[in-house]
Design a protein around this ligand. Structure first.
Ligand code: HEC
Ligand code: HEC
Ligand code: HEC
Ligand code: HEC
Ligand code: HEC
Ligand code: HEC
Length: 477
């Protein structure tokens, strides 16, 4: 009797364990690191736009007709095409570039990568819903949030284990009572236990608490989007510009120093450089043609096209330009050039002379007042403190939660810079002389008082909080 119960108990634990390992069988996180390591140099991590290789979202569906072929493709695309697989034969002509062979990738690893591709392409991040991952702690800004589903599964497993353990202990007690010759009431069935009024009440109570908590949490997080990384109309890379080529942030965002807003540069700012740089080393002309179309620029002779020029004539100009650039580059591939030119011309149809529609990433609610100049010029806070390592981002991403707690915590902890140029490096355009006073504070009422206290060693510094940085009306209209 007791052995049978023990056996049942073990069997149930086994079933639970195997279902939960099935839930975890494809590991999206592992797929992500494999992808970053091996594929991201050619395939866009957004999964929905092309780079050296094509956008991978939906690739699995596109290969469905040939079971197993996608594994062979990834392990060696050339060999698969040579073996006559029809899709591989078409795919291999996608571009002049060639995909690396990954002979050592195992099926399970490829499964992980494919799972990551699917989830990332579908939701834009790896644990949907992406908008509700806000946390108050900026230190964890880069960490991928763990899936809430996993949490629920574990919770249910835990509850089940408690229930079964309880029952098991109960049976043991009854058995020993029986052995001792006591009279024992008949054992209740599991449904009997579950339908017990106090259990039902407890369940309803938990549901109400849980529902309320989720609703309030979602309401607060609504509109907040830490980690938000939308696909932009142009594949513009901060890494190439601010990182590899060391262009100063304020060359493009010149509002940050002087005004409330940082401002996204107009396409004419891009032309300053791209009048000459007409062929990117990564995307070629594919993205730059969009910049020219938007600003009405003629890269053939570095002038602007007449305002009243028809769309057909504009298209003809760009066609001519593409031919002139490409002839030099890929003269052997005359045949496929026309197809690619058609694609690029089609990609800018309807965008002539229209401002580029960048997708806004950071967005505080209307009731909050935030001023860039105050932080950058007066406070001498670096862009990276709030926006993360932008110079390393190919696709720009919101680094900070932009919650009230985030602003307030920094105001509590950060000391006001009474001297110029302490925070920025010497070469920064907005660094001053470390020995002169920050002129924004010298006419501040308490400047003398605080200054003397620092001199007398009564205090080490003055936080933003102490000059009124926690007053509601400073941040709220
Ligand atoms: C050196 C660049 C490069 C790397 C690295 C690379 N690819 Fe590719 N990939 C390509 C190119 C280019 C194509 C288009 C086919 C061609 O032109 O040979 C392609 C095509 C594909 C396709 C077919 C797409 C479709 O829609 O059917 C898949 C799937 C794919 N790659 C997966 C991967 C995976 C997974 C990795 C990482 C393990 C990877 N690739 C790494 C360049 C690359
Ligand atoms: C060559 C011009 C250029 C340079 C240099 C540049 N940016 Fe940008 N920045 C842009 C463009 C264009 C966008 C809009 C597209 C995007 O989001 O990627 C943008 C967007 C941003 C955004 C997001 C705006 C939003 O929608 O919320 C931030 C933050 C930002 N840049 C910060 C920086 C920082 C910090 C630096 C210096 C490390 C920098 N940028 C350097 C052109 C530039
Ligand atoms: C101060 C000079 C400068 C400015 C301003 C500038 N760029 Fe660039 N851009 C560069 C350089 C340098 C490269 C790298 C060229 C290469 O890959 O060889 C580049 C490359 C690019 C590429 C191609 C990437 C590739 O490798 O294929 C795109 C697209 C691009 N820029 C878009 C923009 C846009 C959009 C703007 C305006 C918001 C802009 N750039 C403003 C200097 C600039
Ligand atoms: C103290 C934190 C902080 C610092 C420092 C900071 N930013 Fe911002 N940035 C923000 C916040 C908050 C927003 C959102 C503003 C809004 O929605 O009104 C923002 C928005 C932006 C935007 C989007 C356009 C806009 O103005 O709303 C750009 C571009 C930008 N920042 C660039 C920069 C650059 C470049 C620097 C450095 C010169 C910088 N930021 C320094 C916090 C900061
Ligand atoms: C990285 C630290 C940091 C973060 C994050 C930050 N601030 Fe500040 N803030 C400062 C510093 C430093 C000053 C001092 C500049 C000054 O004296 O005006 C300041 C000053 C201010 C002031 C002026 C206070 C006064 O008494 O004059 C306002 C308003 C303000 N911040 C709003 C915000 C808002 C809104 C946010 C969040 C969206 C925010 N700040 C996030 C560092 C920060
Ligand atoms: C340093 C800037 C700052 C100060 C000081 C500040 N707030 Fe906020 N507050 C914010 C920001 C930023 C948000 C938007 C947060 C978001 O979008 O989730 C916010 C949001 C709110 C909200 C809306 C609820 C929410 O979480 O979205 C209320 C209510 C609020 N603040 C009240 C206050 C009161 C009351 C004070 C004074 C005790 C105060 N705030 C001081 C920056 C500040």
């Amino acid at each position: 009797m007791i052995y049978k119960k023990l056996f049942n108990f073990c069997a149930i634990i086994l079933i639970i364990a195997s279902t939960s390992s099935w839930v975890l069988a494809t590991d999206v996180q592992n797929g992500k690191s494999l992808f970053m390591d091996k594929c991201a140099s050619c395939h866009n991590n957004s999964m929905v736009s092309d780079m050296t290789g094509p956008a991978l979202y939906g690739a699995q569906d596109r290969w469905k007709k040939y079971p197993g072929a996608i594994y062979e493709w990834i392990r060696n695309s050339k060999a698969l095409a040579a073996s006559g697989n029809p899709r591989a034969k078409v795919m291999i002509d996608w571009d002049d570039s060639e995909m690396t062979a990954f002979e050592n990738l195992e099926d399970a690893q490829i499964d992980d990568i494919l799972a990551y591709i699917q989830v990332k392409g579908e939701f834009g991040c790896i644990s949907p819903p992406c908008e509700t991952v806000a946390t108050e702690n900026t230190n964890t800004a880069e960490a991928e949030p763990t899936s809430p589903v996993l949490g629920y599964v574990l919770f249910v497993l835990l509850l089940l284990s408690v229930a079964f353990l309880g029952r098991y202990i109960n049976s043991l007690t009854r058995l020993s009572q029986q052995n001792a010759g006591q009279v024992v009431s008949p054992e209740k069935s599991i449904f009997g236990v579950l339908l017990n009024p106090s259990v039902v009440k407890l369940l309803i109570f938990s549901l109400v608490i849980f529902g309320g908590y989720t609703t309030v949490n979602n309401a607060i997080g609504f509109g907040r989007q830490q980690g938000y990384e939308p696909t932009q109309p142009i594949n513009f890379s901060h890494k190439i510009h601010a990182g590899d080529n060391g262009i100063d942030c304020q060359y493009c965002h010149d509002g940050a120093r002087k005004s409330k807003h940082s401002v996204i540069p107009a396409s004419n700012t891009c032309i300053n450089c791209h009048a000459n740089i007409q062929n990117g080393s990564k995307d070629g002309t594919k993205e730059l043609i969009k910049v020219y179309a938007a600003s009405g620029f003629n890269p053939l002779n570095n002038t602007y096209l007449p305002e009243d020029m028809s769309d057909e004539d504009r298209a003809a100009t760009y066609r001519k330009w593409l031919k002139s650039v490409w002839k030099k580059e890929w003269i052997e591939n005359e045949k496929s050039i026309n197809r690619l030119i058609d694609e690029q011309i089609a990609s800018v149809a309807g965008t002539y002379n229209k401002p580029i529609e960048w997708v806004r990433i950071h967005n505080l609610p209307d009731h909050v007042y935030f001023n860039h100049a105050q932080h950058v010029t007066v406070g001498k806070v670096k862009c990276e403190t709030c926006h993360g390592e932008v110079a390393e981002m190919d696709v720009l991403k919101q680094h900070a939660p932009l919650s009230m707690g985030w602003c307030v915590n920094c105001h509590r902890q950060t000391e006001v810079q009474f001297k110029d140029g302490l925070v920025e490096g010497k070469n920064s355009p907005y660094a001053g002389d470390a020995n002169t006073a920050n002129k924004y504070y010298t006419d501040y009422n308490y400047y003398e008082k605080y200054h003397n206290e620092i001199k007398e060693g009564k205090r080490k510094g003055v936080t933003v909080e102490e000059i009124g940085g926690l007053e509601c009306q400073k941040c709220h209209y």
